[in-house]
Design a protein around this ligand. Sequence first.
Ligand code: HEC
Length: 119
Amino acid sequence: MAAFILAVPPQSPVEPGERAFQRCLACHSLQADAESGPRLQGVFGRRAGAIPGFAYSDAMKAAGRQGLTWDAPTLERFLSDPDAVVPGTTMPYQGGPAAERRLLIDWLRRSGAAARNGM
Ligand code: HEC
């Protein structure tokens, strides 16, 4: 608890995109593969189904082989209707209202960039 308080100053604002990411945390984390979902750090520019060792569906691996790469437009489509973009995907979740999705995708892009800069 003390470590948590030190790491996150009380005034640090949680921006809306990061707040929207709470919806994903049941199955994903940024840094580590979760039991059900692959890690999302660096997802921008990454081929679908590309993390070695994560148990993707055959549908997701096939989509990656066919060239599906995650960027703002593909994430937007996938999060509004996962099965329409990757038919047969095991991700059962639609990523919330459109306005929130946009903020979330923008936040994901920036946190991925921060990670590449060593943060
Ligand atoms: C109920 C669990 C669940 C929730 C909630 C969930 N996901 Fe997923 N997600 C998955 C699973 C399972 C996969 C792997 C799907 C597959 O292999 O077909 C996945 C895959 C993905 C992928 C593809 C990653 C890759 O490496 O190709 C992205 C991007 C993604 N999720 C984003 C999100 C975002 C953003 C949210 C929140 C708005 C979210 N997910 C919420 C279960 C979930």
